[in-house]
Design a binder for this molecule. Structure first.
Ligand code: MG
Length: 351
């Protein structure tokens, strides 16, 4: 945690987005004070129009670059277990990691609403800087825009990420084969339920925490256990059901799931029952699904369970020899239920 004085001006003004003196002040005294603290990012501190990095050390890690982008509009900005800043780092790190990439660099763009308390912005930036440090990724470039009161809701963040993919990894859902095992890294719905809880519309007795976390160390351990992993995806917006439907569509296969194998926390089930939500579709910010050749499933599962991010990992089903694309859930009562793609949005602005 930084010991420096908080940024002196109480709220964001239109002038903070002018590109002039007030913009520079915000960059130096707020963004650089945290993102560039203790020499964290010499690239960012250079304040040039672009970040530049040497290819040689990247080439030593792999043979392809991975590039991803994501925007974050979650409301409220803070919730148990995280905030929009942590989410922005973790979401982008995870989108790189599930492609087998080693995340290296992030950029961030902030859209700020006039009148936003700078204290709120600073809390988010401090949290984002800490998340990047923990994940060992460098925030190398950024941008700030200010829009008039009412034109945004406090603040929005866009991030982009660059990583390197080791030559041995060729993840692709089209490579899914009948008989493959479907692995899930832990409990589902924690993030979605935590945000619902933070909106304060329910008087919940059980405290639910978002699962927001970086998964790149988990994916590295999994790929070390089996470089033949067919594909991985983080189950964010749209939840587990959405990722599995995407896999089924890409591969043209039927995926069979066992309901009793899918871990759901008691508090999350409670929220779902109260609101008529299905945990299969609730957002996660620290969970991934992997499809793995059956012969490698035990080794990958053991590698997952050996790490805190995958402590509750489980094999939740198999790829069927039957007709696809389809995702079919065998319920605890023995019935079969088709799990389709979500129609509409069950919870807007969840990430
Ligand atoms: Mg993703």
């Amino acid at each position: 945690m930084s010991t420096r004085q908080p940024y002196a001006r109480p709220s964001i003004e239109m002038a903070h987005g002018s590109g002039g003196k007030r913009s520079r002040e915000l960059t130096d005294e707020l963004f650089l004070a945290h993102f560039g603290a203790d020499g964290a990012s010499p690239e960012l501190a250079r304040l040039d129009d672009q970040a530049r990095f040497d290819l040689a050390p990247l080439l030593a890690l792999g043979d392809r670059l991975a590039l991803t982008t994501d925007s974050f509009v979650v409301t409220p900005l803070f919730f148990r277990g995280g905030d929009i800043g942590r989410l922005a780092v973790h979401g982008t790190v995870n989108d790189l990691a599930v492609g087998g990439a080693l995340p290296r660099y992030l950029t961030c763009g902030f859209i700020l609403e006039e009148g936003l308390a700078t204290e709120t912005l600073e809390r988010v930036v401090v949290s984002m800087a800490a998340a990047a440090r923990e994940a060992e990724v460098e925030i190398v470039a950024g941008d700030t825009k200010v829009v008039p009161r009412g034109a945004a809701d406090g603040l929005f963040i866009n991030t982009a990420g660059v990583g390197v993919v080791p030559a041995a990894y060729r993840l692709d859902p089209r490579s899914i084969q009948p008989g493959d095992s479907i692995l899930l890294s832990g409990t589902i719905g924690d993030h979605g339920a935590a945000v619902v809880d933070a909106r304060g519309e329910l008087a919940l007795e059980i405290e639910i925490e978002s699962d927001s976390m970086a998964l790149h160390r988990l994916t590295a351990a999994m790929l070390a256990a089996s470089p033949r992993i067919r594909c991985m995806r983080d189950a964010t917006r749209g939840g587990l059901a959405t990722v599995l439907n995407e896999f089924a569509l890409s591969a043209g296969r039927r995926l069979d799931l066992r309901e009793e194998a899918i871990p759901v926390r008691e508090g999350v089930s409670g929220v779902c029952e109260l609101l008529g939500l299905d945990p299969l579709y609730l957002a996660n910010e620290g969970k991934l699904v992997a499809v793995v050749p059956a012969a490698d499933a035990d080794a990958v599962l053991a590698a997952m369970r050996a790490r805190p991010e995958g402590r509750d990992a489980a094999c939740i089903g198999e790829v069927s020899a039957g007709r696809g694309p389809a995702v079919v859930l065998r319920t605890t009562f023995g019935a079969e239920r088709r799990v389709g793609l979500l129609v509409g949005d069950q919870l807007p602005r969840i990430c």
